[in-house]
Write a protein that binds this ligand. Structure first.
Ligand code: FBP
Length: 700
């Protein structure tokens, strides 16, 4: 570049038009920062008060009562607004407070608005109140790494995605030492309250912290965060108290937009099956919402697979007067058959392309894999408890880990009381591909969860699918249907009689719009034999070019493109629904704190209804807890909500499956959700899952 060019570019860079388009602040960023979400009526008032209601009942776990005695009798708290207050309330409500807030676990769109809501409400009640953001997750509490938030910082992140302002982490405050350090931090910062924005595990942690700090008077409030959508709360009678965690809507809409684009691509280029894995560590809520948003051709729902019963197997066993326990639940192999069936049926009408959605946590619902996961969890946890070095450092390589498992299997042969890992387990485990073995042995997170996002589930499944399709191809059963009119035109143009050749080549000539090659024709050689047999050509003749062309058209090539949707959707700027939901959650948090609550989770009731019906509430966390296997032991945790196969949303998807598979000559029935639109009228109000499930309570 010459000096003259340098001079020009420097001048150009100062040009207002260049400055405007190269600025970090895009028009949508400004629009988002300046947006003020609407506020629920109760939270708009000068004061809030809590009204305890005994209307909602929970069955309390004995262990929860034992471990969380100060919180277990907490009730649902309704938040009501007041424009004026007596002196005592006004003084208590408006006293200056120090509040700490932390993000825990994976990012979820809307988190910044929880902070903004809490910050606005606290400053409105008393401008001298201080809000601290703990940095990089719960480690920030343990190590007292905190940042005092101020207007400029909070304003910079309003209505924006990610947890960028204070970052997040997956640490768990699970040892006496970490608990003491956390208490010390609260003391040093003179905190009145600590707010934990997290998923089921983090809210579990919030309950234990609330119990621990009860005597010190530090209140602990949880906020239901996770794109997975698996924090949903109902009471014993099924009344919905929290319909969905925040972040779910945005992530689902982001995934749906990308997947919908693939639906368009696949039906244009007609040569690929797009295999889309979507996040959701265990529950398939995100996959279900994606199905409703896009009408992709095939969507697997883990919870549905777990319910699977092989009726043929069951009948066969019944006839023999036996019970076949293997008939219950889905195996990996069987699942690959289910996928192949869809692929085959579409191929038969000439559609050798499509979109398949696989939930990230599908393996959790496959019996044989779940057994491995639980056994390996226990083996790893037991090893870590009894040795100085942890399992993963002691056995860094896969071969070392396999060798250790082999030794355990040998032990089971000598010692019959040791049943954790037997020779059969070891043989089965050695039968699976190395990359999958590595996946199943991966390090668990601090809460003992299996890292599904790092396992190439789609690869495991698609390898099985490809193997089976090859078998079906060899048997002549995987073939592409050829449009009758195309076939007739091609043969007629070559001067051949379509009817005579058709009868020799196809099993359904004259019966269907799409012609299926006979299963005995699996190669050019067998095609020629069929023609010779019917006297259409002589032994030494070549296959007529037109027939060869039709034969080649009927041979499918199974080509896939693999995609993973997770981190991208998690980082998306929130939908309007999530912006409004989270800002009101932040205000709710302050309402709970200002009224002395602890061990509660902030929530908004009636999310599935119009905004005017939204009600801020506090849900007691302790009564929601139950015992679950974690790190090989039973632990008290908040129960995850998985997809209810009897829900309206699932039943709608189930009843549309055949239509969306589109095994007919019509176009596919894809739906275009479009990208997330922050402004404009075409953006939807709330997740489709919520809208549909709300119909159940209306009795429609
Ligand atoms: P949270 O439950 O912490 O919100 O995280 C959800 C999630 O995005 C899952 O969908 C996914 O399996 C997991 O986090 C990925 O974890 P990581 O961020 O550690 O890769």
């Amino acid at each position: 570049m010459t000096g003259k060019d340098d001079l020009n570019i420097n001048k150009l860079l100062k040009n207002p038009a260049v400055l405007r388009v190269t600025d970090d602040i895009s028009p949508v960023l400004s629009e988002r920062r300046n947006y003020s979400p609407p506020v629920c009526d109760a939270l708009r008032r000068k004061y809030t008060v809590l009204k305890e209601t005994g209307r909602y009942k929970f069955t309390v776990d004995k262990e929860a009562r034992r471990q969380l005695p100060s919180l277990i009798d907490n009730k649902i708290r309704l938040i009501e607004g007041l424009d004026s207050a007596d002196e005592t309330l006004a003084k208590a409500y408006g006293r200056p407070r120090n509040i700490g807030i932390v993000f825990s676990g994976g990012p979820a769109p809307g988190g910044h608005n929880v902070i903004a809501g809490l910050y606005d409400a606290a400053k409105k009640a008393n401008p001298a109140s201080k809000i601290y953001g703990f940095l990089i997750g719960p480690d920030g509490i343990i190590e007292n790494e905190a940042l005092e938030l101020h207007d400029e910082l909070v304003d910079a992140y309003r209505n924006l995605g990610g947890f960028t302002m204070i970052k997040t982490g997956r640490a768990k405050i699970d040892t006496r030492k970490k608990m003491e350090l956390s208490k010390e931090t609260c003391k040093k910062l003179n905190l009145d309250a600590l707010v934990i924005v997290g998923g089921d595990d983090s809210n579990t942690n919030a309950a234990f912290l609330a119990q621990e700090m009860f005597a010190d008077g530090v209140q602990v409030i949880g906020v239901p965060k996770t794109i997975d959508g698996d924090i949903q709360v109902r009471d014993d009678s099924g009344n919905v108290l929290c319909a969905m965690s925040f972040g779910f809507h945005t992530a689902a809409r982001a995934f749906a937009n990308s997947i919908s684009n693939l639906c368009t691509d696949s039906s244009s280029d007609v040569k690929y099956w797009h295999i889309c894995k979507v996040m959701g560590r265990v529950a398939s809520h995100l996959a279900l919402e994606t199905a409703l948003q896009t009408h992709a051709n095939l969507t697997l729902i883990g919870e549905d697979l777990a319910d699977y019963v092989d009726k043929n197997r069951l009948k066969k066993a019944q006839k023999q007067g036996k019970v076949d326990y293997h008939a219950y639940g889905m195996t990996l192999r069987h699942l690959s058959r289910v996928i192949c069936d869809g692929i085959l049926r579409r191929a038969a009408i000439g559609k050798n392309y499509g979109v398949l959605v696989i939930p990230e946590g599908v393996l959790e619902f496959i019996n044989e894999i779940q057994v491995f996961i639980i056994k390996l969890n226990t083996i790893i946890a037991e090893y870590n408890q009894t040795h100085d070095k942890d399992f993963h450092s002691a056995f860094a390589l896969l071969d070392d880990k396999l060798e250790y498992l082999r030794r355990l299997a040998q032990r089971s042969r000598k010692n019959l009381t040791f049943t954790l890992w037997n020779t059969r387990d070891d043989d089965l485990f050695n039968d699976i591909p190395a990359f999958f073995q590595e996946g199943l042995l991966m390090e668990r997170d601090s809460h003992g969860n299996f890292p599904f996002s790092q396992v190439e589930t789609e690869k495991v499944l698609m390898d099985l699918v490809k193997d089976y399709l090859n078998i079906l191809k060899d048997e002549g059963r995987y073939r592409l249907g050829v449009k009758r009119t195309y076939y007739q035109k091609t043969l007629a143009q070559a001067g051949l009689d379509p009817a005579r050749f058709g009868a020799a080549l196809f099993e359904n000539y004259g019966q269907s719009e799409f012609l299926l090659r006979k299963t005995s024709i699996i190669s050019a050689k067998t095609c020629k034999q069929a023609l010779v047999k019917e006297g259409l050509i002589k032994k030494d003749d070549e296959i007529p070019a037109a027939v060869d062309k039709i034969y080649k058209k009927s041979v499918p090539a199974f080509k896939t493109q693999i995609h993973f949707y997770g981190y991208d959707g998690r980082g998306n700027d929130p939908t309007r629904f999530d912006c409004i939901y989270t800002y009101n959650l932040g205000l709710t948090v302050f309402g709970l704190i200002a009224n002395g609550a602890t061990g509660q989770m902030a929530a908004i009731r009636n999310l599935e209804k119009d905004f005017s019906k939204w009600e801020p509430i506090g849900i007691p966390i302790a009564p929601l807890m139950h015992l679950e296997e974690r790190k090989g032991k039973l632990a008290l945790v908040l129960e995850k909500s998985i997809v209810d196969v009897n829900s309206v949303a699932f039943q709608v998807v189930k009843s549309r499956r055949e239509k969306w598979l589109a095994v007919d000559s019509d176009e596919d029935h894809f739906r275009r959700p479009g990208p997330i639109r922050f402004s404009g009228r075409s953006e939807e109000d709330r997740p489709i899952t919520l809208e549909l499930n709300a119909l159940a309570s209306q009795g429609d």
